[in-house]
Design a protein around this ligand. Sequence first.
Ligand SMILES: Nc1ncnc2c1ncn2[C@@H]1O[C@H](COP(=O)(O)OP(=O)(O)OP(=O)(O)O)[C@@H](O)[C@H]1O
Ligand SMILES: [Mg+2]
Length: 256
Amino acid sequence: MSNEPLIELRDVSVDYGQFRALDSVSYRIMPGEIVCLLGGNACGKSTSMKAIFGQVKLATGRIFWKGERIDQRPTVDRVGMGIAAVPEGRRVFARMGVEENLLTGAGLRWRLGPLKEDLDRVYALFPRLKERRHQFAGTLSGGEQQMVAMGRALMSRPALICMDEPSMGLSPKLVRQSFELIETIHKAGTAVFVVEQNANAALKIADRAYVLQNGKIVLQGTADEVAADTTMREAYLGRAASAPGHAPEDLKVASG
Ligand SMILES: Nc1ncnc2c1ncn2[C@@H]1O[C@H](COP(=O)(O)OP(=O)(O)OP(=O)(O)O)[C@@H](O)[C@H]1O
Ligand SMILES: [Mg+2]
């Protein structure tokens, strides 16, 4: 394994007006790793994803891809370098077929030649999608839509795939299935960054984890270290705990 991180965020802060949503956040993802960023509602997880893709302006800090500074680069460059997104809520194109959805993930790669090989690779990973390749994506089940979102991201042949809450809105069985899909993608050679509230599910598959609270990294370590940390529950209680509808029972950290 190379010693150079695939991606590195150094002291990254993001402001929305007066509100600092990310506060001097640093983390890195090495080639071949699965890294998770855990945290409750509104702690800045999606903002962190947006920072990676250049969808928000940095107030402080720098982002490096394989050692090269990319925080001034447009989103399209970053995707072209090998970073792919599976966005929050999956965001499939509902009135387009499964295969058309997958093809949108290829970006400008169609210029380089036929995409059949890429489609075949995605269909080999997710045979269900091949069966349903002409079905409107909006009529798929939640779990199947998750496959479309992951398959679409793989179409750009990324070195790193970043997923924003892949477990969101899925039943426990589909959450398990979704995380199995992540492991499948990982075994096929892609590093994975997964942003999650579901700490149980994410820590089971991750090599390392960072815990975000109120826009700050409050804990980091191997997945085992983070899972064993007694402040872990506390880390989930930050801002979310006092917000209506975000009671502590929302926490998904294993007890004992
Ligand atoms: N465009 C924006 N303008 C103003 N505030 C924003 C904007 N985007 C996000 N925020 C605020 O920044 C904070 C962090 O939001 P973010 O979406 O990163 O949280 P999150 O950890 O992904 O939460 P969730 O688990 O609910 O998806 C929230 O308080 C949110 O309201
Ligand atoms: Mg979010």
